[in-house]
Design a protein around this ligand. Structure first.
Ligand code: SF4
Ligand code: SF4
Length: 181
């Protein structure tokens, strides 16, 4: 009989002990949020998705060199003098950036790439919800120059360099002839 009553007591008492935390939390305000309808206010210096304003990128590759995990890839082509433009910060754009990729799947969000940028055109945005089912979707392409246009610019730069070299050689010959007279 005693064992029988003890079993009844245990079957009542044990769930009450197990639910102790539940009872305690039942009467205090919740600390969880109903994401994605509700979101935490993140601090202003939070590190999130990177963005590059290509209009201000001069192709100096300082960000690429600063990246500790090599997730930035930049290709450039020299701009001929007529094509040199300016950024909004007044820096001359002497290189066409034909490739500017950031592999966000590799990025460790250290923010080191943003500090050396002379035009402050690479920065972290407030966006942090850009997960993708395929990791190749996290390879972000920022350049606005299509491959055909890049090939055209490369050819233009090559011809310009050839013309410059020919003109320099001609000037050298002229000086040599003048010196000999
Ligand atoms: S945040 Fe760090 S890891 Fe990511 S691209 Fe910049 S330097 Fe590389
Ligand atoms: S450091 Fe800035 S300007 Fe230089 S390549 Fe990187 S993003 Fe462009």
């Amino acid at each position: 009989m005693r064992e029988y009553l003890s079993n009844i007591w245990n079957s009542i008492w044990t769930p009450l002990v197990g639910m102790r935390l539940t009872w305690k939390r039942l009467f205090i305000p919740a600390v969880t949020l109903q994401y994605p309808e509700e979101r935490w206010q993140l601090p202003p210096n939070s590190r999130m998705q990177l963005f590059v304003n290509m209009d201000d990128c001069i192709g100096c590759a300082q960000c690429e060199r600063a990246c500790p995990v090599n997730c930035i890839t930049i290709d450039t082509v020299k701009a001929i003098p007529e094509d040199v433009k300016e950024t909004s910060t007044g820096h001359k754009i002497r290189l066409h950036v034909t490739k500017f990729d950031i592999d966000m799947a590799k990025c460790c969000y250290c923010n080191l790439c943003t500090y050396p940028c002379p035009t402050e055109c690479i920065y972290m945005t407030p966006s942090f919800e850009d997960s993708a089912p395929d990791r190749f979707d996290l390879l972000y392409h920022f350049t606005q120059i299509p491959p055909e246009k890049a090939a055209e610019l490369e050819e233009k730069a090559r011809k310009f360099d050839e013309a410059e070299a020919a003109s320099k050689a001609a000037r050298g010959r002229e000086r040599a002839t003048a010196g000999a007279v």
